[in-house]
Design a protein around this ligand. Structure first.
Ligand code: PLP
Length: 398
């Protein structure tokens, strides 16, 4: 192969990217290399819980970089200990393993469940996951996912995953057999288009898994760290899972993820789990800065209020343009467009300097910074209103 002609061509072409190059971010805004400003309601796919380049995270990383970057995961370091303690203190879990991505944390959760099966359940290894679910892009997490488009890819998949239907307890019951060790789900299916599990379904799953001695695993990579108005989504249903994974928001934009488990579920033995960068103090410093802010009740209250405001504004917009329901919770919301016009709306919005996401052809997903202001929400709504008006006019002409 010859040297790539344009820097764009030096990157593997793994997705259709618009030919825009971002060079700076601050709060809810991004700037490209031509100086154009964009209002960002994607925020790195629900990653930047405090917006772009939040000073608290930037300062924590800079200070940590000057102090200690990576001593080796074979030693303790004070920053990861402090973050692990903070997560344990604020959750129903007893132990934490830090990872570098959501998929890696979920891979760890799958391994931990299989380990539990071998230690306590006579070698049971099957995990019940859900149609439409998304757990990452490693081979095991793609196999655990219930995303249709993954089905023909990279065969043979990792075996041992059976897919139930979200909010259908009977479909879960029917899959339980002596090999089953766990049930794993996202409390709100994000990539599938923001489809929430009901709190009652989550409570029923807890009762069912308890009855059968199974682990309940929550993938809170998208819903955790305040995204739905509580620090962790499981709090809404007032239940305690056995295992939870965190990613995205936990690092405030820095690559950090975590696998949390209760004392009983936390059964790895030496040699079962590890990784060179796991628990490195540089990223854990970012995590500490995030939890110190996001973990405060007043911060969660204001994120929750912002979510309610966004939801009501989207409902107003939906009524005005004859669109469908608004679903989701907190600052993870979707607007049903009723027609497959998501990609066109995203493109139109982008040309106006508004970044939106369409996880499914007929839906828009909103995942702004958790400290997004009412003014920024109104600015987004006005921009989207404009785009929808033009789209409606175009439809009428056609
Ligand atoms: N699980 C859920 C629910 C997610 O939304 C994602 C990413 O979108 C992942 C897992 C994978 O995380 P990562 O992309 O950090 O590997």
């Amino acid at each position: 192969m010859t040297n790539a002609a344009h820097p764009f061509d030096a990157l593997m072409d793994i997705t259709a990217r618009p030919r825009i190059v971002f060079v700076r971010g601050e709060g809810s805004y991004l700037w490209d290399d031509a100086g154009k400003r964009y209002l960002d309601f994607i925020q790195g796919w629900a990653v930047n819980c405090l917006g772009h380049s939040p000073p608290a995270v930037a300062e924590a990383i800079a200070a940590q970089a000057k102090t200690l970057i990576t001593p080796s995961p074979a030693y303790y370091n004070d920053t990861s200990l402090r973050l692990a303690k903070a997560l344990v203190d604020k959750s129903c879990f007893d132990q934490v393993f830090f990872a570098n991505s959501g998929a890696e944390a979920n891979e760890g959760a799958i391994k931990l469940a299989r380990k539990y099966g071998s230690v306590y359940r006579g070698g049971a290894f099957e995990i019940i996951t859900f149609e439409g679910g998304f757990h990452g892009r490693t081979l095991a997490t793609m196999s655990a996912s219930g995303k249709r488009a993954f089905e023909p890819l990279f065969e043979p998949k990792v075996s041992g995953f059976r897919k139930a239907k979200l909010n259908d307890l009977t479909s879960v019951k029917e899959l339980i057999n002596p090999n089953t060790v766990a049930v794993m789900l996202e409390p709100i299916q994000g990539e599938a288009g923001v489809w929430p599990a009901t709190d009652q379904f989550l409570r029923d799953l807890r009762a069912l898994t308890d009855e059968h001695g199974l682990l309940l695993i929550f993938d809170e990579i998208q819903t955790g760290m305040g995204r739905t108005g509580r620090l962790f989504h499981y709090e809404h249903a007032e239940i305690a899972p056995d295992i939870m994974t965190l990613g995205k928001g936990i690092g405030g934009g820095a690559p950090l993820a975590a696998l949390l488990a209760t004392e009983k579920a936390s059964c790895f033995e030496h040699g079962d789990q590890g990784g060179t960068f796991n628990g490195n103090p540089l990223m854990c410093a970012a995590g500490l800065a995030v939890i110190e802010i996001v973990g405060k009740p007043e911060f969660l209250k204001s994120a929750s209020d912002a979510g309610l405001f966004l939801e009501s504004e989207l409902q107003r917009l939906s009524a005005r343009h004859g669109l469908g329901e608004v679903r989701g919770r907190g600052l993870l919301l979707a607007l049903d467009l009723k027609l497959p016009m998501g990609a066109a709306i995203v493109a139109q919005a982008m040309s106006k300097g508004l970044l939106l996401n369409s996880p499914q052809p007929d839906a828009l997903r909103f995942m702004p910074a958790l400290n997004v202001t009412r003014e920024e929400i109104s600015e987004m709504i006005d921009g989207l209103d404009d785009v929808l008006t033009k789209a409606g006019a175009a439809r009428r002409v056609a």
